[in-house]
Design a protein around this ligand. Sequence first.
Ligand code: GDP
Length: 442
Amino acid sequence: MVGQGTETGLTQNAEPEPRSLSLGGHVGFDSLPDQLVSKSVTQGFSFNILCVGETGIGKSTLMNTLFNTTFETEEASHHEECVRLRPQTYDLQESNVHLKLTIVDAVGFGDQINKDERPIVDYIDAQFENYLQEELKIRRSLFEYHDTRVHVCLYFITPTGHSLKSLDLVTMKKLDSKVNIIPIIAKADTISKSELHKFKIKIMGELVSNGVQIYQFPTDDEAVAEINAVMNAHLPFAVVGSTEEVKVGNKLVRARQYPWGVVQVENENHCDFVKLREMLIRVNMEDLREQTHSRHYELYRRCKLEEMGFQDSDGDSQPFSLQETYEAKRKEFLSELQRKEEEMRQMFVNKVKETELELKEKERELHEKFEHLKRVHQEEKRKVEEKRRELEEETSAFNRRKAAVEALQSQALHATSQQPLRKDKDKKKASGWSSIYSVTIP
Ligand code: GDP
């Protein structure tokens, strides 16, 4: 039995040095690695690839070429309104190993005005958040949990032969602390060999000078250290994708056929496709998964937990207590709530005062208006009254004149009514004379 450190002089927290003992015979725990393999095989694996690059750069073709199958991907339009992350999960099986592969396409990225990397960052964070939420559950089931955290980002660079676009640098810089980035030069058959060589050097120089950290194939495992070191020097891989089979000699190979020749996908003299497949799938798939968990997720988790108020104890302080953190957080929350409540109350009081003042002002204005109208009304009334008086005076003057005229008229009438009598008398006199002289008076 290994000693338990009960000797005197040992403090309670000091770890006792385990004593090495040799076994008398075969016990069987040397089968642990096999048990682990068997358990992992039963459980299956998940691997998630994020493809970033403009529409039509060859992302879907490369995925089909890498996994030697045809994933049903609908063709993306060049006129997407914004960047949209489209994850698609497939169940693949090779020998007895099951792989749940998720390919995430950043649809619309880099096209026209869609130059925003924010949705990509948000997607990566959302997958970390989902995992963290599962971890924080009281009844968690990480064993069955479908891990959607992005294990690798294949960043497709346009084969311009010039330099990286600023969008590429900005995006990779934003992503490098969240995901393992493997930059690749797409459609490498469209650039000459010498140009490609210079382009690769230029890209690496720009990445270094802009502080962009791309994924480095690990060199700490002796078994793969050499090949990984060589491959690190080949980055970024210049790839050609094709699912078309062309007859070369008497063999059918995946290639792109042109009038002037054939570009073979798996010919290392033609492109770096084989190198990418080796590094991504055959040698470093587990390291990519591991790095995602231990580096990128760990960083996300730490920041999130610190944001939530959790912290580790340093050497001198008391051990970290969940209860204390909860209490401290609760107090902080309550005082924040109180502050907000007070702020809102004050705001409400101010608003009421403001409204009161406004209402008073309105009332004063209305009163003034009323007084003014009243004055105007009185003035109008006075004028009407005056007019009425004038009219009355005019009427009575008119009546007086009328009476006078009527009196005159009746006098005149009286006078004219006396005149015919005289006239008759005169007429009679005249007729007397006229009978004598027979004169006709007209
Ligand atoms: P995606 O929109 O990025 O997924 O691009 P696709 O994979 O749909 O490819 C767009 C076009 O580019 C198709 O016509 C492909 O045949 C072509 N293509 C894909 N890979 C290559 C390549 O390596 N070289 C060349 N020259 N054309 C390619």
